[in-house]
Ligand binder design. Sequence first.
Ligand SMILES: *[C@@H]1O[C@H](CO)[C@@H](O)[C@H](O)[C@H]1NC(C)=O
Ligand SMILES: *[C@@H]1O[C@H](CO)[C@@H](O)[C@H](O)[C@H]1NC(C)=O
Ligand SMILES: *[C@@H]1O[C@H](CO)[C@@H](O)[C@H](O)[C@H]1NC(C)=O
Length: 666
Amino acid sequence: MAPMALLPKVVLAAVLAATAVQAVPQDVSATSAASKDPCAKIGGQKWVAPADVRACFTSYKVDETVKSNIIEVINKTLAFHTSTSYQIRAPGIFASEVHVNVPQELARIKKQSYRSEYDLHVDLSRTLKRLNDGHATWTFGCYSIHISPEAFKVASAEFPDQIDVWQNALPFSLKGKLESFAGAKVLAINGKNPWDAVSANSAIAGSYQALGTRQNGFFSSYQRSTSSWNYLLGNFAQQSLPLSDSVLLTVQRTGHILPDIILLPYRSRISSSSTAFTDTASWRSGNCVAKTGTNGADINDSGSMSALTEDPTAQYEQQPTVPPTKKQLLNVMYDDSPLSNVVLPQPLQPSLPAINGSRSVGQFYMLKDGKTGVLALGSFSDDDYDEFLRGLLVGLLNLKSLGASQLVVDVSNNGGGYICAAHWLHRIIAGPKGTTEPQAGLDTKARAGPLAQAIVDELNKNPELDPTLQLNYNPLNWRSENNEFFAKTTNWLRPVVNSVINGVPDAFSPRLGQECQPEGFSFNPPNEALFDPKKVVIVSNGRCASSCSLFSITMAKKEGSKTVVLGGKYDVKQEYCGVVGGQSTNFKQIDTEIKTTKLKDHELAPPDLLVNGGQGITWRLAFGVTNTAEPEEWQDHPADLNLPITAALVNNPVAIWETVVAKLLA
Ligand SMILES: *[C@@H]1O[C@H](CO)[C@@H](O)[C@H](O)[C@H]1NC(C)=O
Ligand SMILES: *[C@@H]1O[C@H](CO)[C@@H](O)[C@H](O)[C@H]1NC(C)=O
Ligand SMILES: *[C@@H]1O[C@H](CO)[C@@H](O)[C@H](O)[C@H]1NC(C)=O
């Protein structure tokens, strides 16, 4: 529902229309209905106080049937999530960052009573976020709050002279009318050391295992998007729940001796993309109950077309929209806010000409040194898979023909996408060799619970259930560890690999080989390397996940490419990527697999979800490069260079690329 924005009010002060709406006194004649129904007070409004949003949300009591349904769906869906047992205490360096026993937590939540459904949602959402695994996010459209596209356009149009400051290791973005605050040092947030606020946020932000990566999400950053460069506000300016009413900042402006203390109220904006509502009843019916496409469907049932093509949770995938028709394997992050579409202020956008081959999220540039090519890649998704692969090849070939002998790949905020596109990029850069043929990717495994095995058994008995190989469990989609396709009669989950992880007995498939080459490559890759991989540098703010991790890890660990992370606290180690996964999916797809194989009556099958929600999972987990017997997910990905952000570099891609070249490629 109600996507809303939480922005410091001063930042929005120049959004005149909006503030004017706020200034209009309540119509007294309308308050009698509103006083009885707290949702009527915010219904039909654009700008509202977070406290009023909370009053509406917390007025809706828990329906015990709905609560049991949500818990059962999450519980039974997570039985297909490869990482559940590992996440009780993550192996290796992330042991102190990832330690949630989700089955136990769900049992706790089941017993606990909540003042409202909103409180239940906050507990569920936060509990799953503590996995710090952006593949395993719980989304609930009823309470998901984000900045509307309109708000972004207005805000960026109103504030062309974006001021971003990172001083004393703390960036702080204030805009427009607040230009006297440019370069100000942030001395305190809510009376405490600013890093306390960053830490408090990183404890609840979720998505990435590494502390440094979660900290970096507090600050603003940039990303190449389909049609322009995006400016991401960061978790300080944009919060996903209406929890804070205001923030008290103590700042010292440049040239001033005495600090200023400013109170910035947060405001929530109800987006026009939510179903409009006027009261509790219309809020619930328009935004909270299950929609067409919330649940899966039998793919062979001609009546289920709309359930299969419509996907109310697709907006939470951190990638541009991909067509539902052509099936390509995905590995992509979920978040409870959709991708940003605030535009990066013009002066910060690269002014270099885009080289032939550039399209959508992938843009190629030649730096002024005449020898460094740049690929800015904001995602591994595109609305045309084949053209995406072609663009990557054409762009690299053109850079070479222009004289590029080294390459910077900027993957800031790249949340993944097509798995085989990641391997394609690795293969065409590095050329044919032992690390790219027969596969440029990594072996994987899936979880092999009893229902998963039963799904494959049904497909073995009757392959006509899935004649077009749409199902993830279809044996014809996979190859053994020797890279040989399974027969349609093979249950590829067996013999099950029994493991005990964190004291919990678990079961996985045998090791799987590669899934992309050559069929997943739409074109023949070149017969030689396009660049020396050692002269390739991968740059990001650490927020590179899923397929982006698969690309970066194989380039860094197998090919010796260098990695750079921008910014971060000086004493916190920076990882160049996170949330590797192997292949991600969600409740809806699992439900489709179950319904297509007619197993909805199985005792382990999740029921249909009653609400407008979704649960993401990691469906396959990639094996490591260094430790090949364990998942890559929790292995180390230390950046070769941690580049401190200065006022000259912040959110300025070209300045960043030139600095990276001077430090690592000169
Ligand atoms: C989750 O599912 C398992 C297996 O069916 C069951 O034993 C457990 O009680 C369920 N947990 C909750 C909270 O319902
Ligand atoms: C772009 O490159 C492709 C492949 O090299 C070529 O066919 C096409 O003509 C080029 N277009 C331009 C505008 O240079
Ligand atoms: C599924 O559909 C295909 C063609 O659309 C058909 O050949 C096949 O028999 C169907 N399978 C079942 C089990 O109905």
